[in-house]
Design a protein around this ligand. Structure first.
Ligand SMILES: Cc1ncc(COP(=O)(O)O)c(C=O)c1O
Length: 487
């Protein structure tokens, strides 16, 4: 009887592995010289990957050749020093290797018995991260795909904890005789992940209550309290406030201590979306500002953003581990022994929405050990210095205008607005989009636009450990030149 998946003899596997590591090394060696965005078009790439299902196996060499010939030339290099798109981390080399090791062992990190060491490494990593950002180390924590799922998982925990009836069993249908459950956050930077959260949780998009933001894009605290009062008067049932620690467009950090006071007084759950910025709690210079993070009921952040760990590595910390367990606890005869025995460890399927889970923690654990907290702090400061330099260039230039008071972290938005065109917002919107598109077309850098207070704005996320001040200066100069050509 033929064997389905015969493993390669060791020497052959090693040779194949060396080929793969050569491809990985080549990628890292050329990441600074190759363009961040490949300049390929959707239909061209789609046409390259339109083959029929392979009926027979192919030699590994043919598959690897495609990495070089078809995949790399049509891939964005998010680790490039000139990749400023979305909020993408640059990926650590040790993290790539960790992924290979993680998939080799291939533990299912849902159940302890499938993943004894992997489970404990996840718990240790969660503890380290909590300690590093100043969150209680006895919190619950779990790695998820990203900030979106961490926000979904946080809101679910908040619902179960604060709805006021047995939501785990009765769901939202019963309503406990009460009005619609509502969540509050700043209007300007309401991240789309919360739209996903209220969609998935069945709360409906009207449950998201956008609160006026201040000039610096932080939530207006008086407006927040007013809105909550109005909603209660209208029969709604507020259950959660969301604060930002590093918002998507400008890296805004809400007044966390004030939010914690309001949440405590009103018995609402406080969730901090720190996808972009909670890790700033690692910096002594920001510790005081972020000290109140420790008072939040939950904090989410992405190790695949600022920490530079390869995708996917979102993380959710919940102060009360029991609230997490109450929300996610799984009982099934096929998951657990009939009675606890000496091998009954803590199962991560009790702490988050996933049952089967990959070993995300390994790459975070290895990256943290490899660089150490001090190495990460150096990197954070380097990206913040780049954002500050960009702000200086913008502030000094007559061609651009400052949009945010100053960079808080590593995300920075600004606008091309030469004096002669100020006031002609339609034209400026057009030129700003053109600048961003043209940077891509000319393969200079990859940056994106957003809209701030309704106007098209340049937005750079400087999240690569490879980005230098020179990259910033040259990119800025190119933007100015493109803008002048278009004005
Ligand atoms: C503030 C904020 N929250 C949540 C997210 C969602 O994170 P992810 O893309 O990892 O799901 C992002 C992503 O950029 C973000 O900036």
């Amino acid at each position: 009887m033929p064997q389905l998946h015969p493993d390669l003899p060791r020497a052959e596997f090693q040779a194949l592995g060396r080929e793969v590591i050569d491809l990985i090394a080549e990628y890292f060696a050329t990441i600074e010289s190759e363009p961040a965005f490949p300049g390929c078009k959707p239909a061209e790439v789609a046409a390259l990957f339109d083959a029929p299902v392979p009926e027979r196996g192919e030699p590994a060499s043919a598959i690897l050749a495609d990495w070089r010939d078809r995949i790399i030339p049509n891939s964005s290099r998010q680790g490039s020093p000139r990749w400023f798109g979305f909020v993408n981390g640059s990926g650590s080399q040790i993290g790539s290797l960790a992924d290979a090791l993680a998939s080799t062992l291939n533990p299912n990190c849902g159940g302890w018995r499938a993943s004894p060491a992997a489970t404990e490494i996840e718990r240790e990593t969660v503890r380290w991260l909590a300690e590093l950002i100043g969150y209680p180390v006895d919190c619950g924590g779990v790695f998820l795909s990203g900030g979106t799922m961490a926000n979904v998982a946080a809101l679910r925990t908040a619902l179960v904890d604060r709805a006021g009836w047995d939501i785990a069993n009765d769901g939202l249908q019963s309503r406990g005789g009460k009005g619609p459950l509502t969540v509050y956050m700043a209007d300007h930077e309401t991240h789309v992940s919360f739209v996903r959260a209220v969609d998935l949780l069945g709360l409906g998009r009207n449950a998201l209550r956008a609160v006026r933001s201040n000039n610096d894009f932080t939530i207006d605290l008086e407006a927040l309290e007013r809105k909550i009062d109005e909603d209660i008067a209208a029969g709604m049932q507020p259950f959660c406030i969301v604060g930002h620690v590093g918002s998507i467009n400008v890296g805004a950090i809400d007044d966390i201590a004030a939010l914690a006071d309001i949440a405590q007084r009103r018995k609402l759950w406080l969730h901090l979306d720190g996808a972009c910025g909670a890790l700033a709690g690692m910096l002594p210079e920001l510790r005081e500002r972020l000290a109140a993070m420790s008072r939040a009921d939950s904090v989410s952040f992405d190790a695949h953003k600022w920490l530079g760990v390869p995708y996917e590595a979102g993380c959710l910390l919940v102060r009360d581990i029991e609230a997490m367990r109450r929300t996610y606890n799984m009982q099934a005869t096929y998951l657990l022994p009939a009675k606890d025995n000496e091998y009954s460890g803590d199962n991560f399927f009790d702490y988050g929405p996933q049952l089967s889970r990959g070993w995300r923690a390994l790459k975070v654990w290895m990256t943290l050990r490899y660089y150490g907290a001090e190495g990460m702090r150096t990197f954070f400061r380097q990206t913040m210095a780049c954002a500050t330099r960009l702000h200086e260039l913008v502030a000094e230039s007559d061609d651009f205008e400052v949009v945010q008071p100053a960079p808080e972290l590593y995300i920075y938005s600004f606008r091309y607005a030469p004096k002669a065109l100020r006031g002609d917002d339609a034209k400026l919107d057009e030129i700003n989009q053109f600048i961003s598109d043209e940077l891509q077309r000319r393969l200079i850098a990859f940056a994106m636009t957003t809209r701030i207070r309704g106007r098209v704005t340049q937005r750079l996320s400087i999240c690569s450990h490879r980005t230098t001040l020179r990259d910033i200066e040259e990119t800025f100069e190119a933007m100015r030149e493109i803008g002048r050509g278009a004005a």
